[in-house]
Design a protein around this ligand. Structure first.
Ligand code: NAG
Ligand code: NAG
Ligand code: NAG
Ligand code: NAG
Length: 502
């Protein structure tokens, strides 16, 4: 907690060294290796719109946030716009159905102006004639700025103003140009929004620099308060897993669009954790560039760009070191999770392995005994981290078990869900929980399922089964999450209403 500020840490090897010395004074938590029974403080310092939709309510033009995916059908031609070949060449208007190449992602500049990105990640703009629409630029800074103007009587009809002040029109099936005055049907497109993101990037960039700081401060101040820590500690839990974003390590002046002030709330969380004798698992939930493309990692447009440049990895190591150094003298710091849910589709095992080795060292520089948590990759093999975990001390593998997010759960009954936990999850967990390997942690689970209209007693049995099975994880478990407008996802609600009995 009394660590150097980020700047002196960046600049001064001397100050880093000082923290290293101080960390030797810390009591060994490993001697008191108690099973973790935790709740996640999700949706607090890393925004997830579905957990608290009202946070997005007052954003101007809120359908057009970063990462919104649009499909556009020409009114006159009756076909969808597409980036030919997915990008790198012209935009055409000749597709009768829409999927990837026909989907356009917004990068919001302000409430009226946007860059537009295509499937292969190029931005659209005008070619050297100044009239024809192409997707060839890889750089948002030099790509075109477009305005999307909705018809006030029918908001699904739009006109798009190009960088040259003229409107786009579909002239023929293979010619889309920026030379309409905007008073003709050929410049009208029927728009479908096929996907939205509501993460930290969207909320801060959506409100913009004048409004976002106060909105975020009000959220941080009210969503989780000291009394929640009291409730957690008196409910039979002994720890909190706190998702944080990489920008918090640059507080109070994080890069745009993030806003300053979040670090103060993380500081408070550590003070409250100490007061109520709760352990903290600090979880880097959002890494620069996004490690999984989801809104909960603050992806700008659904792309996974973490790990694709050395810069994103070095920045992440700096972030891990910053947090570890800052909190190492607080007795509540129990574990540091190096990155949450990297996705196998965008993060290779070799990149992740190298990062885990470097991140481990960054933690160890300051905290010789804190646990280091390695999240399994989504869609990866459940044992693929064993090689990197071998040879490291006090490491934990984190797995997330939801009876959701896969079609296999769609038609399961109450009993089938419970059987799945008692049989399949139990087997999966047993397979990775070994006596000489890394510890295991079910770092996210929830008593929600696809069953509709289940009775309270059925939820109680589902919760009980999960508590029993995940209680066999050698490190422990953490419920997702403490607060959520969806009651079953709120451990606060589930405990207070008797759906979970600890
Ligand atoms: C939005 O951004 C565009 C492009 O940078 C700029 O020309 C325009 O004035 C901005 N509009 C507002 C309302 O800030
Ligand atoms: C659309 O137009 C492009 C460019 O003329 C052409 O290469 C492509 O085959 C066309 N696609 C369809 C589905 O007609
Ligand atoms: C913009 O479009 C007009 C046609 O409306 C065209 O004549 C002009 O060359 C374009 N302007 C620029 C700056 O590219
Ligand atoms: C669960 O495990 C059982 C027994 O091993 C197996 O037969 C079944 O296919 C598994 N269920 C699912 C949905 O994977």
């Amino acid at each position: 907690m009394k660590a150097p500020n980020p700047k002196s840490q960046l600049l001064g090897i001397v100050s880093v060294f000082a923290v290293f010395i101080v960390s030797y004074g810390r009591t060994l938590l490993t001697t008191n290796n108690q099973m973790i029974r935790a709740v996640n403080l999700g949706g607090w310092l890393v925004t997830e719109g579905w957990m608290k939709p009202s946070l997005f309510d007052s954003i101007p033009n809120k359908d057009f946030l970063d990462g919104a995916q649009l499909q556009l059908k020409s009114k006159t031609i009756g076909k969808f716009l597409a980036a030919e070949l997915g990008g790198g060449t012209i935009i055409v208007a000749n597709r009768s159905s829409a999927s990837g190449w026909e989907t356009f992602r917004l990068w919001r500049i302000n409430e009226t102006s946007f860059h537009i990105r295509v499937f292969n990640k190029q931005f659209i703009g005008l070619d050297s004639t100044g009239i024809n629409l192409v997707a060839i630029s890889n750089d948002d800074q030099t790509s075109g700025v477009f305005e999307i103007i909705r018809n006030s009587d029918d908001p699904s009809r739009v006109r798009i103003k190009a960088p040259n002040g003229s409107f786009l029109q579909a002239k023929t099936e293979d010619l889309v140009t920026a030379d309409s005055k905007g008073d003709d049907d050929s410049s009208v497109f029927e728009m479908t929004i096929v996907q939205r993101l509501q993460g930290e990037y969207q909320v801060t960039n959506g409100y913009g620099p004048s409004k976002a700081p106060q909105i975020m401060k009000d959220h941080w101040n009210t969503f989780i308060v000291e009394n929640d820590f009291n409730f957690i500690a008196t409910s039979g839990l002994n720890a909190v897993r706190i998702p944080v974003g990489w920008w918090t390590a640059s507080d109070p002046t994080p890069p745009k669009p993030y806003v300053g002030g979040s670090l103060q709330y993380l500081d408070k969380a550590f003070i409250w954790a100490e007061t109520y004798k709760l352990k903290v698992i600090l979880d880097l939930h959002a890494a620069p560039g996004s490690q999984n493309g989801f809104e909960h990692s603050s992806s700008r447009d659904g792309s996974i760009e973490w790990g694709q440049t050395e810069e994103t990895i070095q920045e992440t190591i700096r972030v891990i070191e910053f947090f570890t150094a800052r909190y190492v003298n607080n007795p509540s710091l129990y574990a540091v999770e190096l990155i949450n849910e990297p996705h196998a589709s965008g993060v290779s095992l070799s990149v992740l392995t190298k990062y885990y080795e470097a991140g481990y060292k960054a933690v160890r520089k300051h905290a010789p005994d804190a646990f280091v948590v390695l999240s399994n990759r989504l869609s990866g093999d459940s044992k693929e981290l064993f090689p990197v975990a071998t040879g490291l001390t006090n490491v934990v593998i984190d797995v997330h078990y939801y009876n959701l997010f896969s079609n296999i759960f769609n038609d399961m009954t109450v009993e089938q869900n419970i059987d799945f936990v008692r049989t399949n999850r139990s087997n999966e967990l047993q397979a990775i929980t070994t006596s000489n390997g890394p510890l295991t942690f079910v770092g996210e689970w929830v008593s929600e399922w696809q069953v509709r209209g289940a009775a309270k007693e059925e939820f109680q049995r589902f919760s009980k089964a999960q508590l029993e099975v995940y209680g066999r994880a050698s490190f422990g478990w953490a419920y997702w999450s403490l607060k959520n407008v969806n009651n079953h996802w709120s451990m606060d609600w589930m405990i207070k209403n008797g759906y979970i009995n600890l």
